[in-house]
Each structure stands twice: as C-alpha cells, then as structure tokens.
Design a protein around this ligand. Structure first.
Ligand code: GRF
Length: 205
C-alpha cells in the first residue's frame, strides 16, 4: 500500500510511521509527505529518510477546495492509494474527504468521541478525567469524527500539566498509529454501519 502523509508540524507521528514501514514485513510504504508549512520539522525527518516531500501552502490558494485539489494532484502523481494525517492542522473540504473516503486515517490525542478539537489536554484536566488517550480513525467530513480503528488509554495523574499529559499520550500515539495502519493495510478492517470490524488479534505490539 502506497501511503502519503499530511503534516503541519514537528512530525513525531510521521517518524513513528516511517520507522514502522522500514520493517520488511510491514505492509505499507510511505512514498510522499505533504506539509502545508515550509518550516514543519517533519519535512526534515522525511528528507532524512529519503522520502519525497512537497510543501503545498494553503496561503497560495483562494479556496479550501483549490488547496485540497492541489494536494490530491500531488498524491495522485505519486500513485498514493492511502492518506495518513499526522498533525495536519487544516480542516479538509468535503471534496477531499470524499475523494479519499475509507482511504484516509487521522490520529487525535483523546479517546474519541470525547474531546474533539483543540486544547484537548487542558480540557481533559479541567474535566477531572482519570484516563485519557488517543484514537486512530477514518476521516469523515466532521472534524475528529469517523469509524474508530484503534484506541489506547493512558492514566491522568494528579499532578499532570497539559505538557506531561501530552507527552504520555504522544508515547502511546507512536505505538498506536503504526498498529492501526498495519491493521488497515493487511485488509483486516471492514467498515460496517460506520463502525470498524477488525479481524484477528488487535493487541498493540
Ligand atoms: C499529535 O498529538 C496528534 O495526535 C495531533 O497532533 C499532534 C501531532 O504531533 N493530531 P506530531 O507532529 O506528530 O509530533
């Protein structure tokens, strides 16, 4: 499976996907990384791994649709058949979501459907949650919604700050995203009534 990864920032999830794909038995290969920001740290990570990169700046397009079309053109030109959003901070148009329907994953740092959107860690702390975590899901038009492929829970500790909680969740993300991509790439995930049915063992390695 040829994967294109969308990023906007430091790219630690991208790095975890690159490292996973390096294993001989991993059923997917990252062929392209697109960032909407020229200074995204993840671009350097991709280049160091010998992966093609493109900067597609949203600022160069009059509409969301035109920006998204430019991304789809780059993805198609690289023969990408599956998209992973990894810290990509733009809302996608319905057109892009439809073009990649059931062929696009996103990772979000909460146990969805709780705590969609931004400022997640502070909101989790304010709510007094005792656990939080991360979710990998198929992308749908509404932000942070879509069939859930995998989730991991982490404890929320009494003295947590947004920084300490996000670091704990990020560690879980780095295991969860490769795990979820593997499940999908192995053809073990079927979407039934907008829920993922997963074949076989789903233990995160
Ligand atoms: C991660 O916490 C991810 O869940 C969220 O944005 C962050 C991206 O971090 N969508 P990185 O760029 O992968 O380090």
């Amino acid at each position: 499976m040829k994967v294109g990864v969308l990023i906007s920032g430091r790219g630690t999830n991208l790095k975890s996907l690159i490292d996973a794909c390096a294993a001989d038995d991993f059923p997917a290969e990252i062929v392209l990384v697109i960032s909407n920001k020229a200074d995204a740290g993840g671009l350097e990570i991709a280049r160091a791994a010998g992966i093609a990169t493109h900067v597609v700046s949203h600022k160069n397009f009059a509409t969301r649709e035109e920006f998204d079309r430019a991304m789809t053109a780059k993805l198609n030109a690289a023969d990408v058949d599956f998209v992973c959003s990894a810290g990509f901070m733009r809302i996608l148009s319905d057109e892009f979501v439809d073009a990649w329907r059931d062929r696009q994953l996103n990772i979000h740092p909460s146990l969805l459907p709780s705590f969609k959107g931004l400022n997640v860690y502070q909101r989790v702390l304010d709510a007094g949650c005792k656990v939080s975590g991360c979710t990998v899901h198929f992308v749908r038009a509404a932000m942070d919604e879509g069939p859930i492929v995998a989730q991991a829970a982490v404890p929320v500790l009494e003295d947590d700050t947004p920084e300490t909680l996000s670091a704990r969740i990020l560690e879980a993300e780095h295991k969860l995203y490769p795990h979820a991509l593997r499940l999908v790439a192995e053809g073990r995930v079927t979407i039934v009534d907008e829920r993922c049915v997963i074949e076989g063992d789903t233990t995160v390695a």
